[in-house]
Design a protein around this ligand. Structure first.
Ligand code: PAF
Length: 308
């Protein structure tokens, strides 16, 4: 199977490095030619319990990669449309597109551009920190769950699950993609903005009483939306689940914390922003999520101010 990982951030590099260990042909599609060159020359360095250097093929030119069987989308949610347009020439009638991105809205964008039958939604609790081009630290292992929009589990999806398992990512299938993506959203709602604003790694968020209180309130608000929309989460106790992820990835800097540290645009609109929009639509008060969104947007605006 020819697999292209779209995006060379922490998750893109982590999944590419794991998949290279299988017998499949693995590529990274990068939007930046310079970073694709660096990946080709230096490979991927993964710091974990041991540090390993993994050779990888990368390109910013989809023609060089050619037709693919599977594309794994690991770009930020606000880059999905642009990434799918870049990827499109490599997609055949049999290709599948798996998104492992955070947030709500990605499967819809991919389905609109490539067709609903091609999309596999996914959620992962693997945690990694981007250190430099092609250099990451694997900060926490977690489960990956994948599912199709129509709830079916075709043979192609079962093969993808097998390949991910062989690559070292413990992977399960779900028939309820909406429940799956919302289950991940709740985790990101609790962790990401709060860690980005406080600078705290995930474990500390639940060790410090004051931040634990904010985490719990943001999650409780999101769960009210979930209940009103009759979405079934894949776990029974959302607060316990978010806290368990904090514990399992205690040393991790959430992706949003990594973004603000690098003065990058964040995925706030696709995470807590979703709760705020639905709160307005459904007349459910979500004051903590509203505050988190406004604080992150203020933080993003401060990058320009501080550069003057
Ligand atoms: O965005 C992230 O960093 C991750 O989705 C999570 C769950 C917060 C850490 O694994």
């Amino acid at each position: 199977m020819k697999i292209v990982i779209v995006g060379s951030g922490a998750m893109g590099c982590l999944f590419a490095a794991g998949l290279v260990k299988t017998k499949e042909e693995i590529w990274i599609l990068d939007k930046n030619a310079q970073s694709a060159r660096a990946l080709n020359q230096n490979g991927i360095l993964v710091e974990g319990s041991t540090t390993t250097k993994i050779p990888i093929k990368a390109s910013a030119n989809i023609q060089e990669i050619g037709l693919v069987d599977l594309a794994i989308i690991c770009v930020k949610s606000f880059h999905t449309k642009q990434a799918i347009i870049q990827l499109k020439p490599a997609i055949t009638k049999n290709s599948k597109i798996l998104t492992l991105q955070n947030g709500i809205g990605n499967i819809e964008v991919i389905a609109e551009l490539l067709g609903e039958d091609k999309v596999i939604g996914g959620s992962t609790s693997e945690a990694a920190i981007w250190l430099d081009t092609g250099k990451i630290r694997h900060t926490g292992k977690g489960e990956t769950v994948i599912g199709m929009i129509d709830g079916k589990t075709p043979v192609e999806m079962r093969s993808i699950r097998e390949i991910l398992n062989k690559a070292g990512f413990s992977t399960k299938m779900s028939r309820d993609i909406k429940g799956l993506l919302w289950s991940k959203l709740i985790i990101n709602v609790g962790i990401n903005a709060l860690s980005a604003l406080t600078g705290l790694p995930s474990g500390k968020l639940i060790e410090i009483e004051a931040s634990k209180k904010i985490l719990r309130e943001s999650v409780t608000e999101a769960v009210r939306i979930v209940k009103r929309k009759r979405i079934k989460l894949i776990y029974d106790d959302p607060l316990a689940k978010v806290e368990a992820v904090c514990e399992a990835t205690a040393e991790n800097f959430s992706s949003m914390l990594q973004d603000v540290l690098r003065k990058k645009h964040t995925e706030i609109d696709y995470i807590n922003g979703v709760i705020v929009r639905l709160g307005q639509e459904l007349s459910i008060p979500v004051p903590v999520n509203t505050l988190l969104v406004n604080l992150i947007k203020s933080k993003e605006a401060s990058y320009a101010e501080n550069n003057q």
